[in-house]
Design a protein around this ligand. Structure first.
Ligand SMILES: NC(=O)c1ccc[n+]([C@@H]2O[C@H](COP(=O)([O-])OP(=O)(O)OC[C@H]3O[C@@H](n4cnc5c(N)ncnc54)[C@H](O)[C@@H]3O)[C@@H](O)[C@H]2O)c1
Length: 261
């Protein structure tokens, strides 16, 4: 078998549909682009339809198949409408990527409980509901794959991002619970825990002291580039390449966590 055929058989996603929630964001778009390049139809789903449409145009420019959908992950009705939209456009849902997330930085004693709730509503409860809505559909097909985006803070306490870190710890736990519950039903669920990939939402949290600490703690001494998440995402999502991987929390972090575990 030719090398290209071998790799396509393992990692190719032709004819499959991936829904990426948070797909208009920096990491979500990099993942959308990678999945489209691997052959999937990508439903770019995010809060702002116009932002999704711009992302879809970018994917179509490079020959990708994609469509845009507005979603608010904190609304069950909105998630159900997203599933209906994906089914209307492509007739199937093979993969779900949960990449919506929000963050805020405060000293612990100043953490506003309402802000805590807001962060949990998006990062964890919304993710859980998205998994419920899409797994119900995947069970009908007897197959499906979910990728949840955690963080190095899923495992480690970083300063001033308490609600975020606690919610991301929950992401890994949720991922493992889903993997356990649906492992014998054809549905796999994995997480990627990215290190530091400065996007708009965390640039405002990065003062010089924090940057110095991050670089000291990152053996590769640099930030990640969003496209460096793509290969891991395809490995975990692909029914062929990732066929025996479920419940994994895969660190893509320039080595940040390697000295801790
Ligand atoms: N950038 C990093 O360094 C980094 C590191 C670790 C984990 N992460 C995680 O990766 C994911 C993507 O982050 P990013 O850095 O690309 O940030 P980003 O802000 O560019 O993307 C987040 C996306 O989530 C969307 N979103 C927010 N609330 C939503 C809601 N209620 N419903 C639907 N969509 C909503 C936003 O509109 C945005 O497009 C997040 O879960 C984040 O926590 C990021």
């Amino acid at each position: 078998m030719a090398t290209a055929d071998f790799l396509t058989q393992l990692f190719g996603l032709d004819g499959q549909t991936a829904v990426v929630i948070g797909g208009a964001g920096e990491l979500g778009f990099a993942l959308s682009k990678g999945l489209a390049q691997a052959g999937a139809h990508v439903v770019v789903a995010d809060m702002n339809l116009e932002a999704c449409q711009k992302r879809v145009a970018q994917l179509e420019e490079i020959g990708g198949k994609a469509s845009a959908a507005e979603v608010n992950i904190t609304s069950r009705a909105s998630l159900e409408a997203l599933l209906a939209e994906a089914l209307k456009v492509t007739g199937r849902v093979d993969m779900l990527v949960n990449c919506a997330g929000i963050n805020a930085g405060n000293p612990f004693l100043e953490v506003d409980p309402n802000l805590w709730d807001k962060i949990f509503a998006v990062n964890l409860k919304g993710m859980m509901e998205a998994c419920q809505v899409f797994i119900a559909e995947m069970l009908k097909a007897g197959k499906g794959s979910i990728l949840n985006i955690g963080s190095v803070t899923s495992h480690l306490p970083l300063s001033r991002v308490f609600a975020y870190a606690a919610s991301k710890a929950g992401v890994v736990n949720l991922t493992k619970n889903i993997a356990q519950e649906f492992g014998d039903k054809g549905i796999r669920c994995n997480a990627i825990c990215p290190g530091f990939f400065p996007a708009e939402q965390n640039k405002k949290l990065l003062d010089q002291q924090r940057v110095d600490n991050i670089m000291r703690g990152t053996p590769m001494r640099r930030y990640g580039k969003p496209e460096e998440l793509v290969a891991t995402a395809i490995l975990l999502l692909s029914a062929n390449a990732g066929s025996y991987i479920t419940g994994a929390a895969f660190n893509v972090d320039g080595g940040f966590t390697c000295s801790w575990f």
